[in-house]
Design a binder for this molecule. Sequence first.
Ligand code: FAD
Length: 487
Amino acid sequence: MARRSSGTRRLNQGPRAALDGFGRAVGSAAVRYVPESTDALRALVLRAAEERQPLAFRGAGRSYGDAALNGGHLVVDTCQLDRVLSWDPATGVIDVQPGVTIEGLWRHTLADGYWPSVVPGTMFPTVGGCVAMNIHGKNHFRAGPFGDHVLDFDLLTPTGETLRCSPEQNADVFRAAIGGFGMLGALTRVRLGLHRVHSGNLRVEGLAVPNLDALFEAFDARLPEADYLVGWTDLFARGRGLGRSVIHAARHLAPGEDPDPRRTLDPDAQDLPDRFFGVVPRGLMWKLLRPWVNDLGMRLVNLAKYTSSRLLERPGRTVLQSHVAFAFLLDYVPRWRDAYGLGGFIQVQPFIPADGARQTMRRIIETCHAHDLVPYLGVFKRHRPDDFLLSHALDGYSMAMDLRVTARNRERVWELGRAIGDIVVDAGGRFYFAKDAVARPDQVLATFGPERIDTFVALKRRLDPDGLLSSELSRRVLPQLPGLPAA
Ligand SMILES: Cc1cc2nc3c(=O)[nH]c(=O)nc-3n(C[C@H](O)[C@H](O)[C@H](O)COP(=O)(O)OP(=O)(O)OC[C@H]3O[C@@H](n4cnc5c(N)ncnc54)[C@H](O)[C@@H]3O)c2cc1C
């Protein structure tokens, strides 16, 4: 490839940006480019390869840890590639550029009776980010991960080649790039199958359960019927109340069950109210939360949530709730992460096989208590395995836990994260890179196993022989991936 003339600015002299993971506890400055077309993206990737500048992709930056960070190097943000290329309401198949968000998907398709088959707990991530992390939703046990609904995608590799990938075509790349955290190339187009819905509402049952055993039992009892299941666990509770939770189980409405589907399927009917309790503007809510985000405050918040559910909700009693209100509860409070203060927080989400999960979850919660660090939020889910190479999924359960980070406790939080990692390894569980900021490479190797990692490394050598694509996450958890030497 021809060398650039010495007068041309190198890419790493471009616009610098301070970037962070969603939890704000990790962040770094990088040179950020935001291409506005696939051609511009391609030109950037080729030029970075020519200049041998390590490059990471970024979507909406909603990964909690270091997945979309590349301190001191290049970050290429694909958010502006946000066009819907085609939509077919007869089949529910949509073709999009990678920067289309989950919100962009449902706003485009809901009036035609389609909802994304899998959504995370927020509507702001991009399709590119959701494919690259192979995200899961509250329906993981039933619908599988995001990747199970990808029909095909185009992957631009660092050599400038564009590969069409599907379960039939370049199947090995399809299996590895879904969940491959942007290490094999840029997703430039994704075709997805969406889920047919007959109402803009879900029928939701809420109930409180007094401890961990009851949580597992209530989940297992609802698995055959529910389309979505999620538990909010009060991780402050100890002793006989350890693991007490509020569960929400939801199911789609059958055809004809909604008397006015045209109204409920109108995207405007999904919009979240602008004020809390009809009074507090949504935009101010995080400031009101701020004084509560400490050990005492969050103990009380968790207690209040559990107690109010015990008093107000009953097993078997259901209410109607919009898809948006059910799926994106956290989006109700814009800027809620700022309530954690300057140090931010990390999320740890251990995935634990079903066999022995009760004991392992108990051990994880007790380990938090033993470290004197209680996660302020605990979200419990049921999962199923899939065929993707670096999948975090398994036949089992996970508990996503938000740990506040301060200047004083930072080291202890990292120690706790790694202690939980050791439990994951012992249990034969998995890590989830969209959430992780702390796992060690030996823990990652032990959970995925050398065979999967070797296959991924071999594919990486084939598609990205110089190791152009790397991120803070890849260098931390998979140092065996080929990478350019740091400049
Ligand atoms: C409040 C909240 C709730 C969440 N709930 C869930 C949940 O329920 N389930 C779940 O699974 N996750 C959940 N997440 C995590 C989130 O869904 C994932 O981290 C997702 O990957 C974020 O997408 P993004 O567009 O922000 O990507 P980023 O975080 O910016 O990037 C994620 C990865 O995708 C890669 N990438 C991005 N674009 C491209 C591209 N065009 N080509 C190749 N690689 C690319 C990046 O390199 C990076 O490795 C939640 C996050 C938040 C903040």
